[in-house]
Design a protein around this ligand. Structure first.
Ligand code: UD1
Length: 373
């Protein structure tokens, strides 16, 4: 008889929740082979940034919450490591599964490997080649250490191979975030959100903005807001605002001008939305303007034009075959890209290979086989 594989799944911040959901589900469907525990580091803690996603996605409540909260990078990383080490001492899992590229991802990987516990990294091999991005450091450290590197596309495989990673550690499985999107698309389509907001399909844009490079500098944030207000003269822009961005806009005195009405009357600012509501909004948007990572992938699958307010992306597949274009924070480029979409100049696009809703099942099969199925 095969022995049970004891796994600790780790989540910390908002973009982790949609990635872990299908993995937990796939693991729970194999109770005779897998025992899993879910650990939430508490990196994100506001209801709208955390609990709302557990409810929308039907993720079981975390077995353990480390409650680390916000802080500087070193503080946050250090607190996660100290608290997670205690969990590992007690639970002694066979494997730790981390997803994405947030501080919790790297912190838990280092902690587990120092205790000689195997680590699987889901969404490995993505590289922006921009070392000013904290996520790039998190991705690189995690991939150097992890035993299983599960990739979303073959460009990620190439990145890992070029860094000297052995082929035996790399597994091209597809995209777990797209598993979640496919599972929830129909449910989201049934929501009355557009009617509630008085919006018609294809007649509005969606904006998300939270990267330090865009929101931590008053000149950059002001320039971006100016460009957005100009676009919003032609098309209303719904803007679920990240707590970090709201805080920064308040700090720089930009909130009264742009966020609480005033000049940018077409910017419709809302609190952060839950998963289903946000998906409802994006699936019928004319375009999405964003500096997020995952939204570049979701728009590619939904066939919605995506204008990315960054200079680089760790997800080039979304530009190569998907709907994504990179414009940075230059107002002229932002305006030109939006004008193209409004004028109906859509880019040809297709869905990347293996973004088919079955990535989590592939991952679980590989893990079980490696454990000696
Ligand atoms: C983190 C991730 C980023 C991801 C983003 C999605 C890192 C380095 N960054 O960035 O990759 O794209 O999550 O949201 O891990 N805050 C709250 N409530 C919360 C969480 C945060 O008010 O629940 C505020 C705090 O002021 C905090 C700030 O947001 O200091 C930044 O939070 P933090 O977790 O450090 O990074 P994010 O910008 O959210």
């Amino acid at each position: 008889m095969n022995s049970t594989l004891k796994i600790i799944n780790v989540v910390g911040a908002r973009p982790n929740f949609m990635k872990i959901a299908p993995l937990v589900e796939a693991m729970k469907s194999r109770p005779e082979r897998i025992r899993q525990l879910l650990v939430h580091t508490g990196q994100h803690y506001d209801r709208a940034m955390s609990r709302a996603f557990f409810e929308d996605l039907g993720i079981p409540a975390p077995d353990i919450n480390l409650g680390v909260g916000s802080g500087t990078h070193a503080e946050q990383t250090g607190k996660v490591m100290m608290a997670f080490e205690q969990v590992l001492f007690t639970e002694r899992p066979d494997l730790v599964v981390v997803v994405g590229d947030v501080n919790s991802t790297m912190a838990c990987t280092i902690t587990a490997k120092k205790l000689a516990i195997a680590v699987a990294h889901v969404e490995a091999g993505l590289r922006s080649r921009d070392m000013t991005m904290p996520e790039e450091i998190n991705r690189m450290c995690t991939d150097v250490l992890a035993d299983f590197l599960f990739t979303t596309d073959t460009m990620a495989n190439d990145n890992l191979l070029a860094e000297g990673v052995g082929r035996d550690r790399i597994f091209f499985v597809g995209n777990v975030m797209i598993d979640t999107l496919m599972r929830h698309k129909q449910m989201a389509a049934g929501l009355s959100l557009l009617d509630d907001l008085g919006l018609s399909p294809g007649q509005y844009a969606v904006l998300t903005l939270h990267r330090p490079v865009n929101v931590d500098d008053p000149a950059v944030l002001g320039r971006i807001f100016d460009a957005l207000s100009e676009i919003s003269i032609d098309i209303p822009i719904v803007f679920p605002i990240h707590p970090r961005t709201r805080k920064m806009a308040q700090k720089f005195g930009l909130d009264r001008r742009y966020i609480e009405g005033g000049k940018a009357e077409g910017l419709w600012v809302t609190d952060p939305l839950g998963y289903l509501q946000f998906l409802r909004l994006v699936m019928d948007a004319k375009m999405v303007l964003t500096d997020s990572g995952g939204i570049q992938e979701e728009t590619t699958v939904l066939g919605v034009p995506c204008i990315t307010l960054r200079e680089n992306t760790e997800r080039p597949i979304t530009c190569k075959v998907g709907t994504n274009v990179m414009v940075g924070s230059d107002p002229e480029k932002i305006l030109a890209a939006a004008a193209d979409v409004i004028a109906g100049k859509a880019k040809p696009h297709r869905v990347p290979d293996k973004w088919d809703g079955h990535a989590a099942e592939r991952i679980v099969e590989i893990l079980l086989k490696a454990h000696g199925a």
